[in-house]
Design a protein around this ligand. Structure first.
Ligand code: AVJ
Length: 322
């Protein structure tokens, strides 16, 4: 997933410099997804502890018909737009059902990564030879606005996988306000939210027993080594995850196991780490219904319907414009 804005984009080097110069230090989770990071995230989605993907998949499998009916009543033509489509495995459940019910729509995946779009198109062309598909590469909001100008059909916008969790609540509000500005009166937004639940269940999802999440976090240091010429020794950092039940936020950190200096050649700078100093890596915000309603309201939307998995771990929330 990419956090993007309509204004000028910071580079990886800018963001690493800013984060490692700050107190406390931080790095952005949007940089987790290089090739190795994307592979590790696939592995996370298959972990027994990582319930999010399974819950959303359950909703899409068991309530496909209800979802379809809530999207369109009169079989009018629409664009099914997906922000940050990934491998499209959940969306393919919808697409399959829609095609079998003669829905008239074009699937429009939007992503920053041309490679991800290429991969997805190839897969969908084989799986769904009859599907009308139009990829749009670029920043979400910019791309949506341009799309809106050249296409007047109704838009149903998907933002799945609890990707919204990587934003603070304030960032999430800004994100939805910008989305709102690129949408019309009858358009719909379908968002995946991870819900509050037993804190132990949440913590296990971000601190798995096989250490895949640890490797996922540490991989960002390896990426900095490779792309910015740094000399992080990943053995000298350890992954630490926590869940704060009042803020309803899971957070992950890399902790410096000793006092050390790391050189980053392309920044022409060295960074000091005190023993046990943390780098804040990622937030995964959890929601309850009041928070979802408030967020919708604050960004110009209204919740039309929530779809839940059988354990009420997760919701796909359908929003209309107010
Ligand atoms: C892709 C943002 C939904 O926060 O649950 C998984 C990323 N990080 N394990 C999440 C992630 C650690 C994931 N999202």
């Amino acid at each position: 997933m990419q956090i993007s804005s309509a204004t000028k984009q910071n580079t990886f080097a800018d963001d690493v410099l800013r984060g490692l110069s700050a107190t406390p230090k931080f790095l952005s989770s949007k940089y987790f997804y290089d090739d190795e990071g994307s592979r590790l995230f696939q592995q996370i989605m298959n972990l027994p502890e990582y319930y999010l993907t399974k819950a959303e998949f359950e909703i899409f499998s068991n309530q496909t018909g209800e979802i379809y009916e809530s999207f369109t009543k009169q079989n009018e033509t629409f664009n099914l737009i997906e922000l940050g489509a990934g491998d499209g495995s959940k969306t393919s459940l919808l697409v399959d059902y829609f095609l079998k019910h003669n829905a008239r729509f074009t699937y429009v995946p939007i992503d920053i990564s041309a490679e991800a779009l290429h991969f997805l198109t190839k897969k969908f062309k084989v799986q769904f030879p009859k599907l009308s598909i139009q990829t749009e590469q670029g920043d979400y909001f910019q791309t949506l606005k341009t799309f809106q100008r050249k296409n007047d059909k109704r838009k149903i916008v998907l933002f799945l996988g609890s990707n919204i969790g990587n934003f603070s609540q304030e960032q999430a509000c800004n994100f939805f306000c910008q989305l709102r500005a690129a949408m019309n009166e009858t358009d719909l937004l379908f968002v995946g939210f991870d819900l509050q639940k037993d804190p132990r269940t949440i913590l296990r999802a971000y601190d798995d027993s096989q250490g895949v999440t640890a490797a996922f976090n540490l991989n960002l240091l390896t990426r900095i080594n490779r792309e910015l010429g740094a000399n992080f020794n990943t053995q000298d950092f350890s992954h630490y995850a926590g869940y704060h039940p009042i803020e309803a936020a899971a957070r992950s950190f890399l902790i410096s196991r000793k006092s050390q200096t790391v050189r980053i050649e392309s920044l022409e700078k060295s960074f000091e780490f005190a023993a046990w100093e943390p780098i804040f890596m990622e937030i995964s915000q959890k929601y309850n219904l009041a928070m979802i309603n408030e967020l919708a309201d604050a960004s110009g939307f209204q919740v039309a319907k929530n779809f839940y998995d059988s354990r009420n771990f997760y919701t796909n929330s359908l929003w209309k414009i107010i």
